[in-house]
Design a protein around this ligand. Sequence first.
Ligand SMILES: NC(=O)c1ccc[n+]([C@@H]2O[C@H](COP(=O)([O-])OP(=O)(O)OC[C@H]3O[C@@H](n4cnc5c(N)ncnc54)[C@H](OP(=O)(O)O)[C@@H]3O)[C@@H](O)[C@H]2O)c1
Length: 238
Amino acid sequence: MARQLENRKIVIAGGTSGIGLALAAILVQDKALVTVIGRDPAKIEKLKIDFPGINAIGLDARDRSALDDLFRKEKEIDHLVVALSGGKGGGMFKTLSLSDLREGFESKFWPHVNVLQAALPYMRPTGSITLITAISATAKLPGTAGLAAINGALELMVPILSGELAPLRINAVSPGIIDTPWWDFLPEAVKEQTFSEFALKVAAGRVGRPEEVADTIRFLLTTEYINGVIVGCHGGLK
Ligand SMILES: NC(=O)c1ccc[n+]([C@@H]2O[C@H](COP(=O)([O-])OP(=O)(O)OC[C@H]3O[C@@H](n4cnc5c(N)ncnc54)[C@H](OP(=O)(O)O)[C@@H]3O)[C@@H](O)[C@H]2O)c1
């Protein structure tokens, strides 16, 4: 299986942290040619030291012309993974700030579709695209209507695009709660408490690790008969 990805050109938008970074680390072992996109210069510098073989690009995925320039240079991409994180948009709908919800779309939905459309002219038809959505799209949990709208909008596009883009494949991975730096906005004790509460809601009895989602993404890259689907990675949400 490892040789399936050897010398394959793989771009991970949102590959400098969390799930995207865990995937980049796995793909380096596969001897793939990995390019990651992120914004924070400190994360990019650290990644260049930790993984000198990875091409790390500092770019804001909301900037379409910067993306067009990047993909024009990259050319002939085998696999594209979009793991850009959002943030805002959670909360009970009655009191949900609509400007937060709009910001949630601006920081996740639009960057995802921006990257996707900018990359398309340069994707090899034998390759694949994987979007990273979120279990909030389908979990029906109170306080997640806004997050469901953002991630559900992306998920609804996937089966349609699998027909439009064929033979290029497109899928999504929908993670549950995963212990990544995304949660670092919470004080450590609050984060631990949040993770413990979520652990009670999943059959696995714990939150997930970024490597587990990365393994799921890798499975989609290498399994050519999976197309147009959303694959959950959430430890069995009850
Ligand atoms: N962690 C969870 O519990 C969880 C649960 C469900 C779904 N997800 C989804 O999984 C995906 C990955 O999340 P994560 O937890 O790995 O998040 P993370 O650790 O915050 O990593 C997000 C990555 O996206 C990059 N990024 C975000 N916005 C960007 C932009 N506009 N332009 C360029 N790069 C940008 C970040 O780089 P910078 O830091 O430099 O901006 C970073 O590399 C996201 O789509 C998230 O919604 C996560």
